[in-house]
Design a protein around this ligand. Structure first.
Ligand code: LLP
Length: 478
């Protein structure tokens, strides 16, 4: 390697304190004996009872976030005279218990596959409170959705519109409730958003007409894929057009993209109304609400963002002379991410001299990229701490790595850990509740960890640990 030696980032905090609140769940506390409790349960007991690695989900924290999002958006949209639905995006993490919790807290459930749909239904979530997404839904998935009477199917292509309408025609029954997913050109995520007219990605139908721009085109000349799709839905009596959907990105910390997307979607809604006389009832702006992964990072504040979005939806509606539609959002990460942590056991510890004056302590844990692919996939940063005991040793620059045969198998890129971190220590990684278990794999034929819920001093397994017997059972030896 050439160039300057890697230096620890400025954002590193000496976070020997595991304190309730970001990036940890609100239910963490270090006991007098130095070990951390989550939801009132000692991490040493969790490890003894459930083994490591294990995903630990703080039930009260998750429920509180669900409730907070619902209340914040309901209040903000009440101010502008509109109703709101909050759909929990199950892709972040879905189990039967979690679907039940969020539903009990007044949320609906957004699913993106037959598997997610099956879990939501098993939880007893009524079909009417479920949405189904996907850019390539199978006939089986569409059939299951229709059988369950899902409240909305978000269609993503002209092919799908015809396929769904044909399916309804062949079965008979009520028209399928449909939203059309559009792309507004707004891409958000991380700390900024970008806007482009023509999107080179697989989701949704573009707002960009062939001639002119979405803002300048005459109503009758709007030949954008989005307008074409809306007209195609209206042309089929087997479909009932509920509204327009747009999801602009994930881990959004700069909320300005939502206002830009709202403006485009409300303008499209008004154009469709002028052209056809149909003013669709609903608009959904998707998920993407960012959370804190590192000490010092600040999550989007639900109350603030709800007010801002309600104001921009109301302003944009007023600008185009329509009412404010029924509104919905689909947060996933913001509900489940901070509620989760991953508990690992340290195996080996190895100082690696990176350069003159810089040694990095490589701390290997008993999981890795199979239970959290996000660092390898997105370069995502996480925070970790030794949680089974309190150490007063000086902190050293460490990198937490997994046990897979890849050098990119990094769990925490850089963190200051106590210099006496050693084999057998319990290590927790914060804010792994979203897109951890849900994106887990069996790479190297590791078995996927359990998801253990903690609440009121007790733990229970929501999803059990996979076993080698599970892996062998899939192998037919044919
Ligand atoms: N709605 C739609 C249509 C989505 O595509 C997504 C995420 C969400 C809602 C929920 O977004 P959230 O509120 O959780 O940010 N696996 C990646 C993120 C990809 C998310 C894709 N869609 C990750 O680990 O960050």
């Amino acid at each position: 390697m050439t160039g300057a030696a890697p230096q620890p980032s400025a954002h590193l905090h000496d976070a020997g304190t595991v304190v309730p609140g970001e990036p940890w769940s609100t239910g963490v506390a270090r006991g007098d004996d130095g070990a951390v409790r989550v939801g009132g349960v000692d991490v040493r007991d969790l490890a003894a009872q459930h083994g490591t690695p294990a995903y630990v989900l703080d039930e009260q924290d998750l429920r509180t976030r669900a409730r907070t999002y619902r209340r914040a958006f309901a209040e903000a949209f009440a101010q502008v005279g509109a109703d709101v639905d909050v759909y929990y995006a199950g892709k972040a993490f879905l189990s039967v218990a979690v679907a039940r919790w969020v539903h009990e807290e007044g949320l609906r459930v957004d699913t993106a596959s037959g598997g997610e749909l099956a879990v939501a239904l098993r939880a007893g979530v009524p079909g009417a409170d479920i949405g189904l997404h996907g850019n390539n839904k199978s006939d089986d998935e569409l059939t299951t959705a229709l059988d369950a009477g899902v409240g909305r199917i978000i269609v993503d292509s002209l092919v799908e519109i015809e396929r769904l309408a044909d399916l309804v025609a062949s079965r008979g029954g009520a028209p399928a409730p449909v939203m059309v997913r559009v792309t507004t050109g707004v891409h958000a995520g991380g700390h900024e958003y970008i806007s482009t007219a023509h999107e080179d990605q697989k989701f949704g139908l573009s707002l960009a007409p062939t001639r002119g721009t979405a803002d300048t085109v005459a109503d009758a000349d709007d030949d954008s894929p989005a307008m074409t799709a809306l007209l195609a839905v209206l042309a089929r009596p087997e479909l009932r057009l509920l509204g327009i959907h747009s999801h602009i990105g994930s881990q959004i910390l700069d909320p300005s993209g939502f206002a830009v997307a709202a403006k485009s979607v409300l303008a499209l809604r008004a154009r469709l109304a002028r052209r056809t006389g149909v003013l669709v009832a609903e608009v959904d702006l998707g998920g993407g609400y960012g959370i804190a992964y590192l000490p010092g990072e600040v999550a989007l504040d639900p109350d603030r963002i709800a007010k801002e979005i309600a104001a921009s939806v109301a302003d944009s509606a007023a600008e185009v002379g329509t009412d404010v539609p029924r509104f919905s959002i689909e947060p996933g990460r913001a509900i489940v991410g901070p509620a989760g942590l991953t508990l690992y056991t340290v195996g080996t510890v190895k100082p690696v001299r990176v350069d003159e004056g810089l040694t990095r302590l490589y701390v290997s844990v008993d999981g890795g990229m199979s239970d959290n692919i996000r660092p390898a996939l997105y370069g995502a940063r996480y925070h970790a701490e030794v949680v089974g005991r309190l150490s007063t040793a000086d902190r050293v620059l460490a990198r937490v790595v997994g046990k897979h045969c890849e050098s990119g198998d990094i769990v925490v890129h850089e963190v200051l850990l106590p210099g006496d971190v050693r084999a057998g220590d319990l290590l927790a990684v914060a804010a792994t509740g979203a897109y951890g278990r849900s994106m887990a794999s069996n790479y190297n034929l590791l078995t996927r960890p359990p998801v253990v819920a903690v609440a009121d001093g007790a733990s229970r397994v929501l999803v059990r640990r996979e076993t080698v017997a599970d892996l062998l059972a899939l192998d037919t030896d044919a």
